[in-house]
Design a protein around this ligand. Sequence first.
Ligand SMILES: [Zn+2]
Length: 379
Amino acid sequence: MPTKKAAEPRWTQNVATSFRRSSAYCTHFLLVGGAHPAKTETWHLRPDFMLFSEIRGHSRVLQLLIRVMRTDRLAHAYLFSGPDGIGKATVAGEMAASLLCTEKSSLDPCGHCPGCRQYDSGNHPDFLHVQPDGVSIKIDQIRNLKKQLAFSPFAGGIRVILIEEAQTMRREAANSLLKLLEEPPPDNLFLLIAADAEPILPTILSRCQVLAFAPLADDIAAEIIGIYSPELDGQASLMLAKLSGGCPGRALTMDAGDVLPLRDQVVAAVFESRWSTPRAVEEALFLAREMAGLNNGLDLLLDLLRLFFKDGMLESLQVKPQPQSTVDDPKDSLLLRERWNLSQLSDKMRAIDAAGKALARNCNRALVCEVLMLDLIGN
Ligand SMILES: [Zn+2]
């Protein structure tokens, strides 16, 4: 099962060049206070073929939004809650793009009107973007926002105020925002995004329509990962989707470029170890050195190997191939069932867990990897 190696180690570098909205889209937003932190670079990246109507997953949330947008019954404030990387910002970004387009024939922005061009360039005067200044959203940022909302939208339509990581607002900032939400100026739409709604003041929550985003199914998350990282094959996308817990944005931050090929090599070595013990040991020790040389990717590799053996256990139990299994090669599936029983597969997973714990205790990396590889190729 070959896995194509990423041309660039970071997915953001890979995809940035292929985006119509390009890097300007990342950096030219009208920021309300605070610098642009690199960690939020990814939220608004949009493939040039992605339209509001083409967002994958989140059908319940999208159906609601589409209905109110079509019938012009938008609430004045929404809070999108759900884990990081799940797609909240993508939906918010596409919603803003749609609302700021002045010539659309459907909900999808036309892409060429002045509103679309300004939004795409990150310079739309009616799109205000608030994100944490450091670790939190400060009261000065909300005060700045208030000043800007004193004027009507420049283009005469709607103004969209996107507040990222709203859960980081301190009490003073939250109270200041609450006043805006209690008496919202006309033609303004607040979109708040939060990984967790619980820290947000109940009074703010009561002024927003809260839409909870649930983790995506593995196949949908894998499809999204494949769109943003076309260098990955289907199996690699599925593995990352599973590890991300249905949050493709989280998967795309995994630095998997060097890890995926090594995972394939380890799996192949584990299978081959049955035929040639001396060669298998030599290969295992070589791979152990490769593993130890991974900088931040070793934890990800362990997760991928754990996933392989876990899916292998499911294959063994179900006999038939599982639709979302990462053991997608029928030959591997058969070999896996012939080679190990459930107890042996469980031992493999325990060996991986033990390696993870040893690494967490700062045990000798090379030694931990050698012990793990010898455990994995053993019966
Ligand atoms: Zn347009």
